[in-house]
Design a protein around this ligand. Structure first.
Ligand SMILES: NC(=O)c1ccc[n+]([C@@H]2O[C@H](COP(=O)([O-])OP(=O)(O)OC[C@H]3O[C@@H](n4cnc5c(N)ncnc54)[C@H](OP(=O)(O)O)[C@@H]3O)[C@@H](O)[C@H]2O)c1
Length: 288
């Protein structure tokens, strides 16, 4: 199949390898073209423009940062004219409201659209073991699910467009509260001079344990948040998307709003592009 992929960031790059590994013909577009250039060596074509990429493809995979990026890249006046007859597969994390609006605009331009946001990070993208949540019609799912198995073995049809984005946000809003709670306990144990390995050993045996804790433990202890799997700025984005959705739902979100303030401090301290394990440095600063 002739495939285009827009957004060769942390997740887009390993996804390029999966597409090429499944023997599809691929052209990529990235706002900062130099970042996409190394993908040429793997066999991907590097498009000069969004229009060129769309013209040469049957479907386009979006792995862009957010809804605004999608609007700028896919829905600019010049790009819209190339959407007719093409299927847009939105795989980044955006809100259900944004996804439904983009769906309408793609349909109005004569294209086809469904969403397949992913759970998992760079390692899972490399291995092709992402959890794929699909918001689509049953017919779209039937037609496209075999293709997207290059990213994850068992795509799940959640419901129509919007439902998979909602489920993805429900999962992602867990990340910051879990991480903040773990960082607070870990910092407390450290300051009390108790052996942190003993703390982890006991924690692992309790119902409170989440594998997430071990994934971030070494980074927190070393205060090393470089080479992020998931940067703090995207953590903030996802909380904002969640709070944006719940704003009209009569739900009490004071807990998450507090965590959002903690994330805002983390961003202000310069950790936007670092891994979100950096929450630890704010919760448990080095110097008292
Ligand atoms: N990292 C993860 O573990 C993970 C896991 C699941 C889902 N996600 C979601 O997947 C999406 C991509 O994540 P990522 O980690 O790959 O992000 P990333 O490394 O920050 O890459 C973002 C991509 O979007 C492009 N972009 C950003 N703003 C743009 C704009 N205004 N116009 C055009 N292009 C723009 C960037 O282009 P430039 O190179 O020019 O900046 C880059 O290609 C996000 O929605 C994220 O929340 C991430």
């Amino acid at each position: 199949m002739k495939v285009a992929l827009f957004g060769t960031g942390l997740m887009g790059r390993p996804m390029v390898e999966r597409i090429l590994g499944a023997n599809h013909q691929l052209v990529v577009f990235n706002r900062t073209r130099e970042k996409a250039e190394p993908l040429k060596a793997l066999g991907a074509g590097i498009a000069k423009s969004v229009r060129d990429a769309l013209r040469s493809s049957e479907c386009v995979i979006l792995m862009l940062a957010d809804g605004q990026a999608i609007r700028e890249v896919l829905l600019s006046p010049s790009s819209r004219t190339e959407l007719s007859g093409r299927t847009v597969i939105q795989m980044g994390t955006i809100s259900p409201t944004e996804s439904i609006a983009i769906n309408t605009e793609v349909l109005n331009a004569g294209g086809d659209y469904f969403e397949a946001p992913v759970f998992g990070s760079i390692a899972e993208a490399k291995e092709g073991t992402l959890i794929l949540m699909v918001g689509a019609s049953p017919e779209q799912f039937e037609r496209w699910s075999a293709f997207i198995t290059c990213f994850g073995p068992a795509p799940l049809l959640i419901g129509p467009v919007g439902d998979a984005s909602a489920l993805k946000l429900a999962l992602n809003q867990l990340i910051a509260p879990l991480t903040a709670a773990f960082a607070l306990s870990l910092g407390f144990v450290q300051r009390k001079g108790i052996n942190v390995d003993l703390f982890m050993k006991i924690l692992r045996e309790t119902a409170l344990y989440a594998p997430q804790f071990d994934r971030k433990f070494e980074r927190m202890i070393a205060r090393n948040h470089s080479n992020p799997a998931f940067p703090t700025k995207h953590l903030a984005k996802d909380i904002d998307l969640f709070l944006g959705e719940t704003g009209s739902m009569n739900m009490e979100t004071a807990g998450l709003e507090g965590i959002r303030r903690l994330v805002a401090i983390t961003l202000d301290k310069g950790y936007a592009g670092e891994d979100y394990s950096s929450l630890f440095d704010i919760i448990n600063p080095e110097k008292e």
